[in-house]
Design a protein around this ligand. Structure first.
Ligand code: NAD
Length: 377
C-alpha cells in the first residue's frame, strides 16, 4: 500500500469548508486506490484546525502539525543545523541567506528536499513571505567577520530585526531572535543572569555587533508591546560544532585547525580567561523549545553550557584529542575581550526544561572529525 501526502493550503477557508473539501478529496482518492492518505495542513493558524471534529474522527489519517518556517542566516553554522532539525520534524523550511559568512555547502544535502527552499536575499531589505514562524539568525557572528564591515554588521542586526518583525507582524508569525551573550559586554556579574543589563562599550570595535544585538532585542520588545507581535529572545553563549567556518577566528575552530596542521596554538593573553562551550545540537534543541513556549514567554533566555573552562584547558584538550604535536604560544589580548563568560541557565531549565547534554570532549571529538574530513589533516 502506497502513501499519499495530501498537502492543503489554506488562505482563509473556514473549518466547515475545510472539512468538507478534505472529505471530498479523500473520498475521491479512496475510490481510485487503497493508498493511505496523510494530511499536511499548511496554514498560518494551524491551531484552529486541531479542534475540528472531522480531524478527530478521521482515524486512519495522520494529522501532522506542520509549519512553514523561515530561518534567516539558514546557510550559516547554527542556521544550517536548525534547518536540519526542522526538516527532520517534517516542516517546510525557507532558508534565507546572503551567503556572506554562510555557505551552500552547509545546506547542500537539503537542496533536493521538496520541503526545503533556499532564498538568496540580504535581510537589510524587506521580504514578503507567508510563514508561521521566523528564526532570525542572520548576522555575522565571529569578530573577524563582524568587524570586516562594521556598518553592514549593525545594519544587518537592526534592519534585519525591523524587516523580520515587520514580516512577523504582517503574517502573524512568531519570531525568535538569536541574540548573544555579548549583550552583557565585559560583565561585572558572574555567571550572567538575564536580569543583568550588561557592561558594553558603545564605541569600541565590538560595538557594531554588541550594540546591534542590543538594538535588535529592543526592537523585539517594542514590536511586541506596540503591535502585539509574538516574540522570543534567546541569548546564545559560545556554541561550537561541525560547519563552523574555517578561519572565522573563533577559538574552537582556530585551535582545532592549528592542532590538525601541527601549527602553534595561539592563545590571547595568559589563557586564564574562561569560556563555556555549548555543542550545536544542544543549542538548536534549546532554540526550538523556546519557539514552542506559550505566547506570554518572551525571554530573554540564556542558552549555553554553564561548564566553564579556561582557554588553556581547552587548548590542552584539543591537543590531546587530535594527538597533535602543536605547542601553545601567547599573543596580546584583543580590545574589549571579556575575561569571563558563563551563562546562568536557571531560566532555561525552568521555562524550557532544557540543559545541555553533550560533554565538551564528546562535542569536540565530533567537531574534530568534521574538520578532519572537510579540511584534511
Ligand atoms: N555561534 C555562536 O557561538 C553564537 C553565539 C551567540 C550568538 N550567535 C548568533 O547566532 C546567529 C548565527 O550565528 P552562527 O554562529 O551560525 O554564524 P554564521 O556566520 O555561521 O551564520 C550567520 C549567517 O547569517 C548570514 N548573513 C549575514 N548577514 C546577512 C544578511 N545581511 N542577510 C542575510 N543573511 C546574512 C551569513 O551568510 C550566515 O550564513 C547569529 O545571529 C549570531 O549572532 C551565535
Amino acid at each position: 500500500m502506497k502513501s499519499l501526502l495530501l498537502q492543503i493550503l489554506f488562505p482563509i477557508q473556514g473549518d466547515r469548508l475545510l472539512a468538507d473539501t478534505t472529505k471530498r478529496i479523500i473520498k475521491e482518492h479512496r475510490n481510485k486506490s487503497q493508498d493511505r492518505v496523510y494530511l499536511k495542513i499548511v496554514d498560518l493558524k494551524i491551531d484552529r484546525h486541531l479542534n475540528n471534529p472531522f480531524f478527530n474522527t478521521c482515524q486512519e489519517n495522520l494529522f501532522m502539525k506542520y509549519k512553514r518556517i523561515l530561518v534567516t542566516g539558514g546557510a550559516g553554522f547554527l542556521g544550517s543545523h536548525l534547518c536540519d532539525r526542522l526538516i527532520d520534524q517534517g516542516h517546510d523550511v525557507l532558508c534565507l541567506d546572503n551567503l556572506f559568512t554562510g555557505s551552500k555547502d552547509n545546506i547542500r544535502h537539503l537542496i533536493a528536499n521538496p520541503h526545503f527552499e533556499f532564498i538568496r536575499h540580504d535581510i537589510i531589505h524587506p521580504i514578503y513571505l507567508e510563514v508561521d514562524e521566523i528564526y532570525n539568525l542572520a548576522c555575522p557572528a565571529s569578530p573577524v567577520h563582524y568587524q570586516y564591515n562594521p556598518i553592514k554588521t549593525i545594519k544587518t542586526s537592526v534592519m534585519g530585526a525591523i524587516n523580520t518583525l515587520g514580516l512577523a507582524k504582517r503574517v502573524k508569525a512568531t519570531i525568535l531572535q538569536a541574540s548573544t551573550s555579548e549583550v552583557y559586554g565585559d560583565p561585572e556579574m558572574h555567571p550572567q543572569k538575564e536580569e543583568y543589563w550588561g557592561r558594553v562599550n558603545p564605541i569600541g570595535i565590538r560595538s557594531c555587533y554588541d550594540e546591534g544585538k542590543r538594538a535588535a532585542e529592543c526592537l523585539m520588545m517594542d514590536y511586541h508591546r506596540q503591535n502585539g507581535v509574538r516574540v522570543k529572545i534567546v541569548r546564545i553563549f559560545n556554541t561550537y560544532g561541525p560547519r563552523m567556518a574555517e578561519g572565522d577566528g573563533r577559538v574552537i575552530s582556530n585551535f582545532i585547525l592549528q592542532a590538525l596542521k601541527g601549527q602553534d596554538i595561539t592563545i590571547y593573553g595568559d589563557g586564564t580567561q574562561t569560556r563555556s562551550f555549548c555543542y550545536v545540537d544542544d543549542l538548536v534543541e534549546g532554540m526550538m523549545r523556546m519557539m514552542a513556549t506559550s505566547d506570554e514567554v518572551h525571554g530573554p533566555v540564556n542558552l549555553g553550557n554553564p561548564c566553564e573552562f579556561t582557554i588553556i584547558e581547552l587548548a590542552e584538550t584539543i591537543i590531546r584529542l587530535t594527538g597533535s604535536q602543536s605547542k601553545i604560544i601567547h599573543t596580546p589580548l584583543p580590545q574589549d575581550d571579556p575575561k569571563q563568560r558563563q551563562p546562568d541557565i536557571t531560566c532555561a531549565k525552568r521555562l524550557l526544561d532544557w540543559e545541555p547534554k553533550i560533554h565538551l570532549e564528546e562535542g569536540l571529538s565530533k567537531t574534530i572529525h568534521y574538520f578532519q574530513t572537510t579540511y584534511g589533516g
